[in-house]
Design a protein around this ligand. Structure first.
Ligand SMILES: *[C@@H]1O[C@H](CO)[C@@H](O)[C@H](O)[C@H]1NC(C)=O
Ligand SMILES: [Zn+2]
Length: 458
C-alpha cells in the first residue's frame, strides 16, 4: 500500500489543546460528591461510559468516542491532538510530557472500534455495559479493547494523583479501524511524519485474555497468507470416468492441504506447540460447478474449480519452503493448477529483519515489563506469538519493539464472541498493573530504543 504525506496532509484536523490544570477539580462534577474520581465506582462508571458508545464496524461512532476520551484527557491535563489520515476516521493522540524529551517515548496504543455483535444472542445488550451480580461487565469491547484504552487513562490518573513525574514522554493513541485491517488508522499513523517526530522507543498494544492466573504477553504475530488455488481440466459427461478433471486435480490438492493441516494441529493437540507457533490452514471457500436454474448441472464435469484458504504463518516459519510446498504440492503446474495470493503479508520489517520483538536481555523493555507486572502482584506466562493480526505489526514494521498485553487473568477468551465480558475486579487490578508498567517504562534512564540514526541511514 502506497502512502504519501502530500495525500494525507490536507486532511489533518489539528487541534492541539493544552488544558490548564487548575480547572481539573472544579470541572469534575464527581469531586464535589462523596464519590471521588479515583473511587472504584467512578472508575467503573467511566469504563461503562466508554463501552456504551457504539463503535461497532461498519459504522463506528468515532466522534462520540473521541469526544468522551477528550473530556477525560482534559480532566487529566493531557495534551491532545486529533488527526484524520482519512476523513471521518479520527485518531486521538494524547501526551503526558516527560522531563527528558530527548529520551525515546512510550506509546500506549489502543483502538476505538469494535466488531459487530448479534444483539439478540447476548444475555445483556452489547452496549449496555450491564454489570451482573458477579461483577462481570458485559459489552462488546470489554475485552477487545476498550478495557485497555481506559486502563491506560486510569493508570495515568493514578500516577498523576500520586505526584509521579515521568522522565520519558508518554503518548496514548486511540486509533480507528483496527477491526477492518488498520489501514486507515495504525498503518498510516506508523508511517507518518507525526509518528516519526514522537521518537517512540517502545509500543504497548493489545493481547488476549487468559483463562488461568497468568497474564499473557505477545512478542510477534502470525502473518496472514490468503491463498487461492485453481484447477483446470477437460470438461466431460458426468457419467464418464477419465483422468485429469479439474475437480480431481483440485481434490488431490485439498487432500494434501488437509494432511498438512492435521500435522500442524496434531502438534497443538499433543501439547508440543501453541496456536501462534504453528501454520494454520483453513478452507475459506470452494467454488466449482456449472450453475443451472435449479442449482447446478449434475451431469457435467466442470472445466474449472477453485478453493481459497486462510493460512496464518508464524514469523519463525521458513516461508520459502512453505511457498515451495504450495507451488509443488498444493498447486503444481504439472496438475494444471495455478495459485495466487489475495493477501500475503511480509514477515520482515522495513529494515529486512524478522518482525519479532526480542524477549531476551537484548530488549530491556521486556525485562522491565516482567518486573513491573511481578511488582504489582501479577503473574506472567511464557511469551507468545499472537495467533491473529493486531495493529502492533505496523509498529514492528518500523523496527520498533511492540508488546501485546491486555491484563485480563482468570477470564474466558471472549473477543469477537457473544457475551463478551470482563470482571470489574480484573479491570481494577489491570489498572494497578499498568501503573506499575508505565512507571517502570517512563522512569527508565538508559537511552535505548533510539531509532533516529537507523532511520536517517535509509
Ligand atoms: C493438463 O492440461 C492439458 C491440456 O488440457 C492436458 O492435456 C493434460 O492431460 C492435463 N494434465 C493434468 C495432469 O491434468
Ligand atoms: Zn482488538
Amino acid at each position: 500500500m502506497e502512502f504519501t504525506m502530500s495525500k494525507i496532509l490536507p486532511f489533518y484536523i489539528l487541534s492541539f489543546l493544552i488544558v490548564v490544570s487548575s480547572s481539573i477539580e472544579a470541572s469534575d462534577p464527581s469531586s464535589s460528591t462523596t464519590t471521588s474520581p479515583s473511587s472504584a465506582a467512578a472508575i467503573i462508571s467511566r469504563f461503562q461510559q466508554y463501552l456504551q458508545i457504539n463503535t461497532a464496524q461498519p459504522t463506528p461512532q468515532y466522534y462520540e468516542a473521541i469526544d468522551f476520551l477528550l473530556s477525560q484527557a482534559k480532566l487529566l491535563s493531557l495534551e491532545s491532538q486529533t488527526i484524520e489520515f482519512v476523513p471521518g476516521k479520527p485518531l486521538l493522540l494524547l501526551k503526558w510530557p516527560g522531563s527528558n524529551p530527548n529520551l525515546p517515548a512510550i506509546l500506549l496504543y489502543s483502538h476505538t472500534d469494535v466488531v459487530p455483535s448479534e444483539h439478540n444472542k447476548w444475555i445483556h445488550h452489547p452496549f449496555s455495559a450491564h454489570i451482573d451480580d458477579n461483577g462481570n461487565i458485559y459489552a462488546r469491547g470489554s475485552q477487545d479493547m476498550k478495557c485497555v484504552g481506559m486502563q491506560y487513562l486510569e493508570a495515568v490518573r493514578g500516577l498523576k494523583a500520586s505526584g509521579y513525574q515521568p522522565l520519558r514522554s508518554i503518548y496514548l493513541t486511540f486509533a480507528p479501524d483496527e477491526e477492518i485491517g488498520g489501514h486507515d488508522g495504525a498503518e498510516k499513523f506508523a508511517e507518518s511524519e507525526v509518528f516519526e517526530k514522537l521518537n517512540v522507543g517502545v509500543v504497548l498494544d493489545e493481547g488476549l485474555a487468559s483463562p488461568d492466573e497468568n497474564y499473557r504477553a505477545f512478542y510477534a504475530e502470525r502473518t496472514p497468507w490468503w491463498l487461492i488455488i485453481k484447477a483446470t481440466g477437460a470438461p466431460g459427461h458426468g457419467a464418464k470416468l477419465y483422468d485429469n478433471t479439474a475437480m480431481e486435480n483440485l481434490l488431490k490438492s485439498i487432500e494434501s492441504i488437509r494432511r498438512f493441516r492435521a500435522s500442524q494441529f496434531d502438534m497443538i493437540k499433543a501439547g508440543l506447540k501453541v496456536d501462534g507457533e504453528v501454520v494454520s490452514v483453513n478452507m475459506a471457500f470452494l467454488k466449482a460447478g456449472t450453475p443451472s436454474p435449479t442449482g447446478f448441472v449434475m451431469n457435467l464435469q466442470p472445466s474449472e474449480a477453485e478453493a481459497g484458504f486462510d493460512i496464518r504463518v508464524p514469523p519463525t516459519t521458513d516461508s520459502e519452503s512453505l511457498e515451495k510446498r504450495i507451488a509443488e504440492e498444493w498447486a503444481p503446474a504439472s496438475r494444471n493448477m495455478t495459485f495466487r495470493f489475495k493477501q500475503k503479508g511480509s514477515a520482515n520489517d522495513k529494515f529486512g529483519n524478522r518482525m519479532i520483538t526480542k524477549t531476551d536481555s537484548s530488549n530491556p523493555w521486556w525485562a522491565l515489563l516482567e518486573d513491573a507486572i511481578r511488582n504489582a502482584g501479577g503473574k506472567l506466562g511464557k511469551p507468545e506469538i499472537f495467533p491473529a493480526s493486531t495493529d502492533a505489526r505496523y509498529f514492528r514494521r518500523q523496527g520498533l519493539p511492540a508488546i501485546g498485553f491486555s491484563p485480563m487473568a482468570n477470564t474466558p477468551i471472549l473477543l469477537h464472541d457473544h457475551n463478551e465480558f470482563l470482571n470489574q475486579d480484573e479491570y481494577l487490578k489491570g489498572i494497578e498493573i499498568y501503573e506499575s508498567i508505565i512507571k517502570a517504562y517512563a522512569s527508565y534512564m538508559e537511552n535505548i530504543g533510539e531509532n533516529r540514526e537507523s532511520k536517517d541511514e535509509l
